[in-house]
Design a protein around this ligand. Sequence first.
Ligand code: HEC
Ligand code: HEC
Length: 215
Amino acid sequence: MKRLTSALLGSALLMLAASPVHAGEKIFTAKKCNACHYTQGPAREKSIADQLAKKGPELWYAGSKFQQKWLQAWLQDPKPIRSLKYNSLTVNNPGNHPKLAAADAKSVTDFLMTLTSKSVKSGFIKPKKNPKGRLIFVKKMPCSGCHAFPGKKKFKGGRSGPSLVGAGKRLNPDWIFAYLKDTKEFKPVRSMPVFKGLLSEKNMKKVAQYVASFK
Ligand code: HEC
Ligand code: HEC
């Protein structure tokens, strides 16, 4: 028994030694980012109450969702992404997200980029302003009713979903496709409508390419 206990203790210590806390994670915790964001997958929220208790979006797949360059810049100058306040359909986004100094933003970005999801296959989707993707986005499906997007002269579209203006710089094109395909895996509760069954995979790819081209 004693030998078993010490063997267990030994392997626990080894595991601790094998996974030192990332420098960026230490800053993430010290700055209390974890008061509003969780970083361990899979998705935790199971009910509307769970979703409403969240003070900010989940970050457990941040490394699959965001582009590194955008993330590092945004953490230093966090301009609103959602036109409305998180979890609200009426109140405007107060635009008061905490800011990080350059060095901290770099470390935290390095940490967040390590958080990835196996459901996101890389190298599939290349940004492309394709007419089919556009047709789906503005006509065939209600995407533009909920998302702002860059029109010819000004921004158009709805406000209930995050703005997709600049999505080509912010989001990983492969994540856009993965999110359309496996919506509930990333956002089991408050998500957008599930398009599986309404859009073929081929058309999901087309619309993902189109969204990834938004400037
Ligand atoms: C008081 C709660 C709160 C704290 C503290 C907070 N955030 Fe946020 N965070 C939010 C909200 C709300 C949003 C959505 C903002 C928007 O859409 O404009 C957000 C968005 C983000 C996003 C983009 C996520 C997405 O899916 O759009 C990242 C990355 C992020 N925060 C990182 C951080 C980091 C790093 C810290 C610590 C320095 C931090 N946050 C502290 C509430 C918070
Ligand atoms: C009924 C409104 C609605 C419709 C229709 C809709 N969405 Fe969304 N979408 C949302 C909401 C709400 C979210 C964010 C969920 C969250 O963060 O909690 C979202 C998130 C997204 C995101 C991720 C944005 C981010 O920064 O997190 C992308 C990309 C996206 N939608 C693309 C699309 C496409 C493409 C279509 C059409 C095929 C579409 N959406 C249709 C409401 C909608």
